[in-house]
Design a protein around this ligand. Sequence first.
Ligand code: GLV
Ligand code: MG
Length: 325
Amino acid sequence: MSFKTITLAPDRLNRSELAVPGSQAKLFEKAAKSAADVIFLDLEDAVAPDDKPQARKNVIQAIGDIDWGRKVLSVRINGLDTHFMYRDVVDVLENASDRLDLIMIPKVGAAADVYALDMLCTQIETAKGRKKKVGFEIIIETALGMQNVSEIAAASPRNESLHFGVADYAASTRARTTSIGGANPNYAVLTDSNDQGSRDTHWGDMWHYATSRLVVASRANGLRAVDGPFGNFSDADGYISAARRAAVLGCEGKWAIHPSQIALANDVFSPSEKDVTQARRIVEAMKQAASEGKGAVSLDGRLIDYASIRQAEAMLEKARLIAAL
Ligand code: GLV
Ligand code: MG
């Protein structure tokens, strides 16, 4: 390990993160009863400009009035390039109850954006005597944000997670695609002809680099990495496949832009019974090895060592959090 220690963000489950428009108060109760780990009440892109004042009121009232159970509760504010942002932060932090856990900041482009928000939140919390400091969820969804992702991730002790906002990212980078988070037939490799003269097309994941870069910046700063939206909510298989790719790269959850996606995300981002059993066996085998003065042993014909223990323990910790729900 490096001599530099990484402070880990609070250990929260973030398998599914449900987006709920702040202007649609009738959806709040249902969201609170859903199986989502995290809910963000949106004041940004799902709310039309004229509806923003009412959406703020809805959100502030709902944070205090609704029983959100053990869910992590967040509000997505507007971007720093709009005049809606300061009013979102001031109204929400001055008036919402301490049930609020996080503020989600969209379209962050530079560490200074986070710094500015930290300053504003700190002033309001101090002035109002708020007991709980809000944490930050940060959406990386512009070319500038991706370029500065490492500095952004390190910009505030309030930071808890980075989210890949694939829709705005596609717009910002002018990616030639119109689907939100789906695969693209043009991002493919055509194989050479085989002996029979036929060629195969292998679709690739056009979001691989961006997701991977975001995961590295997140983890290097102790933050959760979360994959963003998948727009075609009628395509459960497509969602599952995108979620699995993100999980393999190190994301620990994915947005649900429709309630039907919550169960899919919870399933993909929960360790299976088989994984948990295997993790327990690895920990046991390594304990046994340590008692015999060995650093590595074989289990089922495969090498395991101290790195395997760290992987296994991370999985068992996740299973413990899920069991405690
Ligand atoms: C989310 O905000 C996105 O733009 O994908
Ligand atoms: Mg966006």
